[in-house]
Design a protein around this ligand. Sequence first.
Ligand code: XMP
Length: 515
Amino acid sequence: MIVILDFGSQYSELIARRIRETQVYSEVLSYRTSIEQLRQLNPKGIILSGGPNSVYAQHAPACDPEIWNLGIPVLGVCYGMQLMVQQLGGQVEASDAAEYGKASLIIDDPTDLLTNVEDQTTMWMSHGDSVTALPEGFKVLAHTANTPQAAVAHHDRQLYGVQFHPEVVHSQGGQALICNFVYHICECEPTWTTEAFVEEAIREVRAKVGNKRVLLALSGGVDSSTLAFLLHKAIGDNLTCMFIDQGFMRKLEPERLIKLFRDQFHIPVEYVMARDRFLERLNGITDPEEKRKRIGHEFIQVFEEESRRLGPFDYLAQGTLYPDVIESADTNVDPATGERVAVKIKSHHNVGGLPKDLRFKLVEPLRKLFKDEVRKVGRSLGLPEEIVNRHPFPGPGLAIRIIGEVTAERLNILRDADLIVRQEVNRSGNYSEFWQAFAVLLPVRSVGVMGDQRTYAYPVVLRFVSSEDGMTADWSRAPYELLETISNRIVNEVKGVNRVAYDITSKPPGTIEWE
Ligand code: XMP
């Protein structure tokens, strides 16, 4: 295993993902992880992440300097390198010319860390401070025009530092450098494979759960579906999947999901029809937060009633993923006060989720995985592409895409419009180009003309975005032909809609969903 100590970089998770791409397991831990803990974990290598601070700031985060004496190879990235240099007696100063963006890296020493990295290559920089004097025993491996010490090493002690970010996609040769560190310097074996994960997860689940019964709330998304496959493989009929139909899913999706699971995958699903209850709860409600709250509460109520009816259960399966459990993001320090501030804006939207104080014990076999790894696991277990590659869909579903009051009539309008969007996006072959592509129904009406008749009906807004993780997003430059077809079909086929608009707002300042 490779441990990444997080100093508050927005790229710490990305480093972990890059390491895992080399089939070596990695974990992100706080920079405050003690030496004893590190010794216990016994990683093959340690990477110190970048961070937003200056190593000379009064409350700059620092690791225990004993780390340099563990005999474990260390790679410091950006802030991590500066910290290494400072703690070992070198010098770090504010640079005259800060470097942001692509920089041309010239290699001075192509041995170990930089093997297979081209002599002159592009690496991505983002720093205001620079190393100005190296500690004893260190040498320069590479430089750029503005940074004479862009990569450094103490070969005997296996301590390495790079000022640039090898983990970002703009760094050519970045992955080669990471492979060199992982395989040649740390001597890791490529054992982190999907097959190995599945085998171990099944073993662990069996050991933990034994003959006890497990309840899983299936949503049809890739996480809960993968979880269902994995658990069914591990414990068979001791798993009960429950699907609560709130009535806010896309047209025909509940039926399709149940059919797939029952008939094709042979995993039984308890279908709970709760459409009327949810709709009743939303009667007259227009405030977005109130809608979300009510849907959340109703979900919990139905879930509790149904689990009592079907139970008793000992365990509840949850699709918690690694980004939810990483202990980080408390590393950013306000230099004026020394107080820790959260720079990461992470909104947990799981209003459809469950409260922590339910009486179940939890089983969370996906908690080590990133989303792309869940997809690989799902695929290897036989989950079809239509689920593996499905766009994200919010827990409260179409209810938060109907602005204003949610009624049965307006749900039908949006379902029909949304189906056309899905059909045409699929047909165009552009599905995977978009992070999400969906329709929103507005409560205002506008005038139009159809045949020789005046119409006065609702507009539908198309929201197509590209994104890496949903935290930020850009509006998609969807092909005009696709938009034209969708628009024509919606105004012709969906009664109650006479206008289609396209949302050209990125996130921020907009959000992806309209509510
Ligand atoms: P926003 O609208 O905040 O959405 O830009 C970011 C991503 O999160 C999804 N989303 C949700 N997912 N339950 C979920 O499981 C929710 O309540 C929820 N609200 C938004 C949204 O679709 C986008 O992918």
